[in-house]
Ligand binder design. Structure first.
Ligand SMILES: *Cc1c(COP(=O)(O)O)cnc(C)c1O
Length: 225
């Protein structure tokens, strides 16, 4: 059994090697450790190893965990499907939301961020599959929806987020998201970030321009459901 520090170092070495192979700068990458289903003690341990960006996908779990480590300077990334009635709670701890994917959610975000001084960073999630249950905007509606997100004063559109379908065609999926990202940047040059890549596909995602990696099990070990 490898230790947490060894797994973290091993992943970071692979990220570094992959960036070098693609001629990219290490500073351009945000490596998020997905801590879902793990206790706050693991977050504390990872913090002591230098991790500052954490990802969670369920508000109930995330808000409790964030409260337990609120003495630490962390950035929480909300990466899961988000119900509009949870927006207020999520904004109490998360500063980046990766899963903005429909008008009702956008409306809730606009309502909750109207009075804020600091903008909330958001990604628009793209659905790369035919399955609406996976969340995400269809590519035909993507650019119009992204315009609405970019127009919201309380939000800063960082770019696109996607989860590759698990059908062995990750290369097709990452190619698609990279080309959608180019189209988006033609309209919104600052929306140049790409949240893609998980434990099993982050190297491929990096080859297609991912800037925000969401890595769970390869670092934390298996999740106890
Ligand atoms: C759980 C999760 C991850 C991390 O997945 P691993 O395979 O454990 O790396 C990444 N993105 C999202 C949206 C997730 O829900």
């Amino acid at each position: 059994m490898s230790s947490l520090a060894e797994r973290l170092n091993a992943i970071d070495s692979r990220i570094t090697a992959s960036l070098q192979a693609n001629g990219r700068q290490a500073a351009s990458i945000t490596r998020i450790v997905v801590s879902k289903f793990h206790p706050s003690g693991l977050v504390r341990e990872l913090y002591s190893l230098g991790v500052r960006d954490f990802g969670e996908n369920r508000d109930q779990e995330a808000s409790a965990k964030a409260a337990e480590v609120d003495d630490l300077e962390l950035t929480w990334h909300f990466i899961g499907q988000l119900q509009s009635n949870k927006v207020k709670s999520v904004l109490e701890y998360a500063s980046v939301i990766h899963s903005v994917d429909r008008q009702s959610l956008l409306d809730a975000l606009i309502k909750q961020t109207g009075e804020r001084k600091k903008q909330v960073d958001v990604f628009v999630q793209v659905n790369l599959t035919e399955d609406p249950a996976r969340g995400g905007v269809n590519d035909s509606e993507l650019l119009g929806f992204a315009d609405s997100v970019a127009a919201a004063p309380g939000l800063r559109l960082l770019g696109l987020m996607a989860v590759a379908s698990l059908d062995g065609e990750e290369e097709r999926d990452f190619g698609k998201i990279a080309s959608l990202s180019e189209k988006l940047q033609a309209q919104h040059p600052d929306a140049k970030y790409l949240s893609a890549g998980m434990s099993n596909d982050f190297e491929l995602a990096l080859a297609y321009g991912a800037t925000h990696l969401r890595i769970g099990t390869a670092i934390t070990g298996n999740r106890a459901y």
